[in-house]
Design a protein around this ligand. Structure first.
Ligand SMILES: [Zn+2]
Length: 153
């Protein structure tokens, strides 16, 4: 496995690379790190990189999808300094905005869709959502890309 420093941010990484990287991040910064599908991997990897520059030992309390948007909660104890807090929240804000335009399943350009609930999906996955449940679509994506199912749901 390549370390993150040896790979370009996002673009040249395979889905497996991204999955490994997210697991590495989760181990270092909090086991609850990843509660969303892999389509937002690039956003999370960049967020980790941005946060790491401001708060090297930041603790992710929860990072998840809610109403079609990435939500990131980090431990406030590291954010007592107002300037550090501002930079950390700016990084989180950028990630949240990016997530509103990227499919949570596959990362392609997306819009928010309201089928049974609000999700950010590309047209292809919006179509699937009409007949399939969210976790079924995610599992399908994992199978198509030969990834092991490693999410806790
Ligand atoms: Zn998609």
């Amino acid at each position: 496995m390549k370390t993150y420093e040896e790979t370009a941010e996002g673009d040249d990484m395979t889905w497996k690379d991204k999955q490994d990287k997210l697991e590495e991040i989760a181990e270092k910064h909090g086991s609850e790190f990843l509660i969303c599908a892999l389509g937002w991997a690039d956003i999370l990897i960049d967020l980790n990189s941005d946060l790491g520059k401001v708060v090297p030992d930041y603790r992710a309390l929860q990072i998840k999808e809610k109403f079609g948007v990435l939500r990131c909660y980090i431990d406030q104890a590291e954010l007592m300094d107002p300037e550090i807090r501002k930079q950390a929240y700016d990084a989180i804000g950028r990630a949240e905005i990016r997530s509103q335009g990227a499919c949570e399943i596959c990362g392609k350009d997306a819009t928010q869709t309201e089928t049974s609930w609000v999700k950010t999906f590309c047209p292809q996955h919006t179509e699937k959502m009409k007949t399939k449940g969210f976790s079924e679509i995610v599992k399908e994506f994992y199978q198509e890309n030969n990834l092991e199912w490693n999410l806790g749901w």
